[in-house]
Every structure is written in C-alpha cells, then in structure tokens.
Design a protein around this ligand. Structure first.
Ligand SMILES: Cc1cc2nc3c(=O)[nH]c(=O)nc-3n(C[C@H](O)[C@H](O)[C@H](O)COP(=O)(O)OP(=O)(O)OC[C@H]3O[C@@H](n4cnc5c(N)ncnc54)[C@H](O)[C@@H]3O)c2cc1C
Length: 351
C-alpha cells in the first residue's frame, strides 16, 4: 500500500493510494479504493477541491461506511472528513446549541451530550457512523429523528470550495432522507452540524419496550434512557464487528390509508404506524419475514435471524451477492404484497 502525507495549513492530510476499504465499511467488504484522503481542516478541503490535487473522479464522501454497500473496487477518490471537535456554541434559557465536526463518531457525541445533561438525542444512542452523515439520511430510532434537534448544517461546496450554511428547513428532511441524499447529492461536504438540545429532560419513551426497560431501575434519567436504548439495540441488532451489516437495508414503506385497510384485512397481524406525512408506515421487516426470508442465506449473504430488515455478510459474501439477495427480497415482497421496498442503504458501484 502506497501512503503519503501532505501538509496543508500546517496539519497533516493523509493521502493513501490503492487502499483496502475493509475497515471503512460495516459490511466488512474487502474492495479497494484508488485514493483515500482524510482532511482535518475545512481549509484543506477547500484547497483540495480548488486545486483538484489527487482528486481523480468519481468522488465519494465517506464517514463510517455504515450505510453503504460497495459492489466493486472504487476507482475514484474517497474523501473522509476528519473534523473532530465538539463545542458548546450558545446557552439559552432552556436550551443549548452544541455543534460537532463531521468526523466525530456519532455515538461518542451522544455519550458526551448525555454526560453534560443535554437532552434530545439520547434515543439515538448506539447508531454507528459519523456526525457528518447524520443529516444526510436524517437518522432515526425509538420515536426520535435527528431533524428534531438539528438547527443548521455547515457545508463546503464541491468543487468551488465555498462555505454554505443550511438551515433546518433548507435541509429538506424527510423519513431517512434530506436534500443531501437527493437533489444536492455529491454537491456538498458537510463539515459541522449544529444541534439545539434541552437543559430540562423530558423522556420520550413511547416506542416499543423502551419505557419498560428505562423505568426498570427507577425514574428514567438521561443516562438510564441511553443505557436502555443501548441494551435493546444490542439484543436485537448484529454487531458489525462480528457480522458485517449496515442496519436496516430497506426503509419502512409508507402507503395510503385505503391500501393499508386492504392489507390489514388480508393480514391482521401486519404492524402499521401513522406516518407524519399523513400516510401509513408498514413494517418492512414483517413483510420480509412473511415471505420466508428471515434467517435465510444464499452463500454468505444472508438475512439476520432476529431482524429480517437487516442483511448480513456471514464472512465471504461479495457486495454483489448481498445486492442480488436484496433484489430477490424486493421481488418477493412486491409479488406477495404489491409493495415496492426502497433501499435505505446506498449502493456504490455496478448494479
Ligand atoms: C448495526 C447498525 C445499526 C444501525 N441503526 C440505525 C438506526 O437505528 N437508525 C438509522 O437511521 N440508521 C441506522 N444505521 C445506519 C447508519 O448507521 C446511519 O445511516 C449513519 O448515519 C451512517 O453514518 P456513516 O458515517 O457511516 O455514513 P456513511 O455510510 O459513510 O455514508 C452514508 C451517506 O452519507 C454521505 N456522507 C457521509 N458523511 C458525509 C459528509 N460529511 N458530507 C456529505 N455527505 C456525507 C455518504 O456519501 C453516503 O451517501 C445503522 C447501521 C448499522 C451498521
């Protein structure tokens, strides 16, 4: 492996050539990237875009690689934002504005906020990945979405290298989506995300077994809610360090009320939830399970035995094998229920 370190702005910017992506994706796939660059300052990133030094195309911005499926070697440049600090920007009467660099590990940030007594993101404990990716797909879990606390997102435009701040409204957040995943995809690198968190703790325990778990050891505190979320997640989801995966592979589809009524008549056990869009959210995991996929595998590409929404790499699956399995699942759900499953995970490469 060829490794070089350039110095921009007095700080090292690591540039690696022909590097294995195995440590950079949670499916544990061993593809190679032609170039991988870690930038530690915004100034580096700006100069890099403007000078185009080492930027062979295509360009991919990669955080923790926990929402990506590579299906082949990456021939272009992978840019990994390593902006690492967390700070308190403003104290308000009942809230605080805190911000974190895109390269900060999301769960370390949540842990820090909980330790500081700042509330609002504790239900999002344990989600792998970086702060920079949080607005991209508006991460969510246990009845909370990141969009509820994000105030603004600081970005640099590609290739001009200009700083732009997006307000919460401008981010176009939706269920597991935002403007950064749709119309502006690939046009900005997120460098810092600002959150408005509470100084007073109001627990949000309406989801599944969270209330029971959090209240098990007394009055729910921030720390207890975080621990309860971590405990539930650990019991349900495979650890990527042990079994490669990227969490939920598909989004829960949202259907019209009238279609949901028809489904419910035919399948009384189908879990349905009201969606903020006015439609009805259908549990994709249940649909996949009903098609007989739970715990199944084709070679080393498989469906998790506890949660059918999670596709796993049992060891030596290729990205293409995982992708092909996902397509088979989509086809059978379409055939049985007439519902099109949409991927939550981004596929990079030939498909
Ligand atoms: C075990 C497990 C459990 C999970 N549970 C959940 C869950 O409960 N809820 C949930 O919402 N998600 C969940 N996920 C999915 C994943 O953790 C999140 O989507 C996470 O935010 C991805 O972060 P990342 O840094 O790994 O992003 P990556 O996979 O590196 O990138 C994802 C996308 O964001 C873009 N991107 C990343 N950083 C930047 C940046 N700085 N600027 C611009 N674009 C950028 C990438 O180009 C790519 O398009 C889970 C994943 C796993 C493996």
């Amino acid at each position: 492996m060829e490794k070089e370190a350039y110095f921009y702005d007095g700080k090292p910017m690591i540039i690696r050539k022909n590097i294995s992506l195995k440590p950079f994706n949670t499916f544990g796939l061993d593809y190679k990237a032609a170039t991988l660059i870690c930038t530690t300052t915004e100034r580096d990133a700006k100069q890099l875009f403007r000078s185009e030094a080492g930027l062979n195309q295509p360009l991919l911005i990669l955080g923790g690689g926990s929402n990506i499926l590579f299906t082949e070697d990456f021939r272009g440049t992978i840019l990994s934002p390593c902006f690492l600090n967390i700070r308190v920007d403003k104290l308000e009467k009942e809230h605080v504005i805190v911000s974190a660099g895109a390269g900060v590990e999301w769960d370390s940030f949540v842990e820090w906020c909980v330790a500081m007594g700042f509330s609002g993101i504790e239900n999002l404990s344990g989600i792998p990945g970086s702060v920079g990716a949080v607005p991209v797909q508006n991460i969510g879990a246990y009845g909370v979405e990141a969009k509820e606390t994000i105030v603004k997102v600081r970005c640099i435009s590609i290739p001009e290298g200009r700083v732009k701040l997006f307000s919460n409204k401008e981010c176009g957040f939706g269920y597991r989506t935002s403007i950064f995943k749709t119309t502006l995809k690939g046009q900005y690198i997120i460098t810092r995300v600002y959150f408005r968190l509470g100084l007073k703790f109001i627990p949000r325990l309406g989801y599944g077994s969270l209330k029971q778990e959090a209240e098990g050891s007394g009055k729910p505190t921030l720390k207890r809610v975080r621990n309860a979320v971590l405990k539930i997640r650990n019991s349900k989801l495979p650890d990527p360090e042990v079994t490669g995966n990227a969490g939920s592979f598909f989004k829960n589809p949202v259907v019209s009320g009238s279609f949901a009524d028809i489904l419910k008549k035919d399948y009384p056990g189908l879990p349905l939830y009201e969606d903020t869009s006015g439609g009805i959210k259908v549990a994709a995991g249940w649909l996949i399970e009903q098609c007989g996929w739970k715990g199944k595998r084709i070679g080393d590409a498989g469906v998790h035995s506890h949660q059918a929404l999670v596709l796993v790499n049992h060891g030596r699956a290729s990205g293409m094998e995982i992708y092909k399995l996902s397509e088979k699942i989509r086809e059978s759900v379409k055939k049985k229920f007439g519902i099109n499953l949409e991927r939550e995970v981004e596929v990079t490469g030939i498909i």
